[in-house]
Design a protein around this ligand. Structure first.
Ligand SMILES: [Zn+2]
Length: 509
């Protein structure tokens, strides 16, 4: 044999494409090179592959060896092609099952000692391989559980390069090595905090229910200690569980982030980036390797921005486009990566930098300009996407007992949300939308389910008096529909509109 072929996968964001790895041996002076648009990290594969082979006692042929990755037009980056390159190179001369080698996708980085090191993105890569008809994959031992989440694919979890070539029928004698494992222990936790544990914030819990029912973005303002974070953390537990496709997408983003993925979670993700987070940490990016940001990790779940007024303006501005499109495209030095960003946003803010503005019995020490600037950060484009604005107060100890008696549990809230969502999806079955938050204004105002004049009267009046913008008008209608869905009504009535107006802060009902 002088030519050998095998397969790997190039990822661009969550999308993967098969890459053919072809090794060609010619009888000239020893030289080992890789062609086909490799980046720097991939270029270093020559050294890693060479050492790995030598150290596992399966040295490369001492002749001219050219490895070509095709299609050449496809950008390839990272170290995940090492194993495919090594196997193709070795198969030019050594007796392996050529047919099996040719139809197997190899993923993984090689350590200099010949061990397979885990790589990010194994799950989306195996998904892409399976979609292309591939039925066999070789992955690093640490990534085997992740690869096995994809149905219909035979997975070989290899500790070292000798395991891989043995799997392909070559008998090599190499002492066993300890597998490289993932050190990150941030495994998915399916525990959701109990809604009934929220004491004395009945109105806020109701607003959370409405937000969940309609998929509405939510703003909570209130002093420290009012329970904003406690409430936000309870939103994923009352949202509908993820279906197969969504659960796989969520796990794929975690995989790309380099987290261990051992199973699919049905609980919508919850991401709470710190206000000091960089734009790259928030929306994705990175200097060498592009990684998904918090908004991609929150896709299909909840993005919680606590102390939103403390985030950099550039970071908040970067949220505008993904909020519009439901995805984020990152461009970095010839690399384009698209990630999903279909998240429900919960923004929390103090009323002012010191947190005491408007709080009874406390003194605000902030100058008026500072307060305006603080709240101004999250106004405008971001605020335009928020349907519900909620003011929270600290709950006094005295009110605890009375309000906790009939508290709604997470299970009860989840069932009510699911029922409301079913009603909305049924009503919107002939449209491109499934949740109230997605429905555009013209459809709300003029569509087949537009409310009667008598129902619209309070908001028509507010609009004409200039107390409500047209966007605000549409937000009220959206929320009114979620209230009607929760109440099990087939149309919105005046009380829904009144309540929706109330949930839009600063507008009298
Ligand atoms: Zn203050």
């Amino acid at each position: 044999v002088s030519v050998a072929r095998t397969l790997s996968v190039a990822l661009s964001g969550l999308e993967g494409a098969l890459v053919e790895v072809e090794a060609d041996l010619s009888p000239q002076t020893p030289l080992f090179r890789i062609i086909g648009l490799p980046d720097k990290s991939l270029g270093e594969a020559v050294q890693r592959v060479h050492n790995a082979c030598v150290n596992r006692g399966i040295a490369l042929p001492r002749r001219r060896l050219t490895v070509n990755l095709s299609p050449a037009s496809l950008p390839k980056h990272g170290s995940g092609f090492d194993v495919a390159i090594a196997v193709a190179a070795l198969a030019t001369e050594r007796g392996m099952d050529a047919a099996k080698v040719a139809e197997t996708v190899h993923l993984g980085e090689l350590g200099l000692d010949g061990r397979l090191r885990p790589v990010p993105g194994v799950l989306p890569a195996v998904v892409a391989a399976a979609r292309s008809g591939v039925r066999r994959v070789v992955v690093p031992w640490a990534n085997r559980d992740e690869a096995e989440l994809v149905a219909g694919v035979e997975v070989c979890g290899a500790v070292c390069l000798a395991d891989v070539v043995r799997w392909h029928g070559l008998d090599v004698d190499a002492p066993p090595l300890e597998p490289v494992t993932l050190t990150d222990d941030s495994a998915v936790d399916d525990h959701v905090p109990e809604l009934a544990d929220v004491i004395g914030q009945r109105e806020a819990v109701d607003a959370l229910l409405v937000a969940a029912a309609g998929g509405h973005h939510l703003l909570m303002s209130g002093p420290p200690g009012a329970g904003k974070t406690m409430l936000a953390r309870r939103l994923p537990g009352i949202l509908p569980e993820l279906d197969d496709a969504a659960a796989l997408a969520v796990a794929s983003v975690r995989s790309l982030s380099g987290e261990p993925v051992t199973r699919l979670s049905r609980i919508p993700p919850f991401e709470a980036p710190h206000h000091s987070a960089s734009v790259a940490a928030l929306v994705g990016g990175g200097s060498k390797i592009v990684r998904p940001g918090a908004i991609a990790r929150a896709s299909e779940g909840v993005l919680f921005l606590d102390e939103a007024g403390e985030f950099a303006t550039s970071a908040l501005d970067a949220l505008r486009q993904p909020l519009e499109s439901g995805s984020i495209v990152i461009h970095r030095a010839g690399i384009t990566a698209a990630y999903p960003a279909r998240f429900q946003m919960v923004i929390a803010t103090n009323p002012c930098p010191c947190g005491n503005y408007g709080v009874r019995g406390a003194e605000c020490v902030c100058p008026p300009q500072a307060i305006r600037r603080y709240l101004g950060r999250i106004s405008g484009p971001l605020l335009d996407r928020i349907d519900i604005e909620l003011s929270l107060r600290r709950v006094s100890v005295a009110s605890h007992g009375a309000l906790a008696v009939d508290a709604m549990t997470t299970a009860q809230a989840k069932e009510r949300v699911a029922e409301a969502r079913r009603r909305a999806a049924h009503r919107l079955r002939d449209t491109p939308w499934t949740r109230n938050a997605e429905v555009p204004g013209p459809w709300l105002r003029q569509g087949p389910r537009a409310p009667e004049p008598v129902v619209r009267r309070p908001i028509d009046a507010a609009l004409h008096r200039g107390m409500l913008t047209l966007r605000g008008y549409d937000r009220v209608l959206r929320v009114a529909w979620s209230l009607a869905d929760l109440a099990g009504r087939g149309a919105i009535d005046v009380s829904d509109v009144g309540r929706a107006l109330y949930l839009k802060k600063g507008v009298p009902a």
